[in-house]
Design a protein around this ligand. Structure first.
Ligand SMILES: Cc1cc2nc3c(=O)[nH]c(=O)nc-3n(C[C@H](O)[C@H](O)[C@H](O)COP(=O)(O)OP(=O)(O)OC[C@H]3O[C@@H](n4cnc5c(N)ncnc54)[C@H](O)[C@@H]3O)c2cc1C
Length: 451
């Protein structure tokens, strides 16, 4: 750093923005964060904020460890040792996430996690968070933003040396940074949306289902996943089409809701005593993939997290990759004294991999809907785990590479493809069971369920 403390404005204090603020402060910048929502730590944050819980995996854990927050965050999380698949025929199967003790995920509450990171960032000198402050305009040439109080009031201009756009999937920073330039932008809405529902703790004060797992109710017309909470409740995301005969729009009466659950998730109805009210009251969220380039403008603006690469949530990697962005951006700033080069290196290091993640996440939507409860899938997953156990370090299932390692996403996919080729090439030398597993894996490899 030079003697003059350079100023960074971070737009958005979500997962990416709050962690980026912490890194940048430690790198010596003066940091101002503008977040349109209220402070997640205040009571105000309740109804308007997203209270979803998320699966934290290796990439996110490594990034949190890098700033000394992992132990603290894990204390607030619930370990998920595998997924419990509830089939439409009533069978319930547990599928472990990995073969080693540490190969698990952790369920964390988004707002709680952000609060921890904001606390840590605020403890650094030169960091200020401005909640209830929306960025309304960016001048990319001067790194100047106009911010306005969310509840109305006089806007203010804030001049910076660098603006970090961490303002999520519908990023205003991205839009204004790219406006009028040669930029690629593709946004794809899934015809399905999601609603959050809660499985409350049982009347006896105990969880209604096995707690230390992600619960999945697969189905072509509707899909539900549930993450566990520390109090014994579970937060569900119900995914289904926005419109059509079987859709959120069609769940317009209590009878329609109960009929739908009885038909598709027969064992879930009893887990939610106020199911119809929850479905009626809760809003439907959108699911969006964004691919774009560039992620940066000169040495003055850079995008991170969903603003740069939003993906469907079916591999459980959006937050994890957003956290990974923060660590990689920090490394690039350390390695390249010239900031324009640092931002270019950051984009080059990340974009090929987040593009692959978008593909994997879209493909897993189909898997979670239609394959995860099939016998063939269960056998293939078991064969994958067996090979991983027999050939430690030499055979790593794609899911394990994505969730339990920090191998870049495209490298993980390329290695999985190589493993498939080896298995197929072994042909006659392999026992029949392995050959059968290879065929199944080949068909399903790119789509092995990510949640
Ligand atoms: C149903 C669902 C389940 C998911 N499950 C998982 C999971 O299990 N694991 C996982 O890793 N990921 C998961 N994700 C993805 C994850 O939530 C996102 O990838 C992650 O939140 C991205 O973080 P972010 O900080 O980039 O964006 P966001 O979290 O969206 O934060 C952006 C912030 O910017 C603020 N903002 C926006 N515009 C402005 C403005 N103009 N001025 C000021 N502030 C602004 C917003 O208020 C927000 O706080 C899931 C997503 C969904 C929808």
């Amino acid at each position: 750093m030079t003697e003059r403390r350079e100023r960074v404005v971070v737009v958005g204090a979500g997962l990416a923005g709050s962690l980026a603020a912490l890194h940048l402060a430690r790198r010596g910048y003066e940091v101002r964060v503008h977040e349109r929502r209220p402070d997640p730590r205040s009571a105000l944050a309740g109804p308007g904020g997203r209270s979803i819980n998320l699966g934290l995996s290796a990439r996110g854990m490594r990034a949190l460890d890098g700033v000394g927050l992992l132990d603290d965050v894990l204390k607030q999380s619930v370990p998920m040792r595998g997924r419990v698949v509830h089939s439409p025929d009533g069978t319930v199967r547990f599928q472990p996430y990995g073969v080693r003790e540490h190969e698990i995920l952790h369920s964390v509450l988004r707002e709680e996690l952000i609060s921890r990171v904001v606390d840590a960032a605020e403890a650094e000198p030169g960091v200020r968070f401005h909640f209830g402050s929306r960025m309304v305009h960016l001048d990319r040439e001067t790194a100047t933003v106009r911010v306005a109080p969310t509840g109305g009031g006089e806007p203010a201009m804030v001049r910076a040396d660098l603006v970090v756009g961490a303002d999520g999937v519908f990023s205003a920073v991205r839009q204004q940074m790219q406006h009028g330039l040669r930029a690629d932008y593709a946004q794809e809405f899934l015809p399905w949306g999601y609603k959050e529902l809660t499985i409350p703790v049982g009347d006896d004060g105990r969880p209604r289902v096995r707690l230390e797992a992600l619960h999945v109710w697969p189905g072509h017309e509707g899909l539900m996943v549930a993450h566990p909470n520390r109090d014994g409740s579970l937060t569900c995301s119900l995914f289904m089409a926005h419109e059509g005969p079987v859709s959120f729009a069609a769940l317009d009466t209590p009878t329609a809701v109960v009929d739908f659950f009885r038909r598709h998730f027969p064992d879930a109805e009893d887990l939610m005593p106020d199911l119809a009210r929850q479905v009626a009251d809760h809003p439907v969220g959108h699911l969006v993939t964004v691919r774009t380039a560039p992620w940066r403008h000169a040495d003055r603006v850079v995008l991170i997290g969903d603003a740069a690469h939003a993906v469907y949530p079916f591999y459980g990697q959006g937050m994890n990759s957003a956290f990974e962005d923060c660590a990689v951006l920090d490394r690039c700033l350390a390695e390249h004294p010239d900031r324009a080069s640092a931002l270019a290196a950051f984009e080059a290091a990340r974009k090929p991999h987040t593009d692959v993640l978008a593909d994997l996440s879209a493909a897993n939507f189909e898997d979670l809907r239609g394959r995860v409860h099939r016998l063939g899938y269960t056998i293939a997953a078991a064969a994958d785990r067996t090979l991983a156990r027999l050939l430690p370090g030499r055979w790593v299932p794609l899911y394990a590479m994505v969730a339990h390692t920090t191998a870049p996403y495209a490298d993980a996919l390329a290695r999985a493809d190589r493993q498939d080729r080896i298995l197929r090439g072994a042909g006659a030398g392999l026992v029949l069971a392995a050959a059968l597993a290879a065929t199944t894996l080949r068909a399903g490899r790119r789509r092995s369920a990510g949640r």
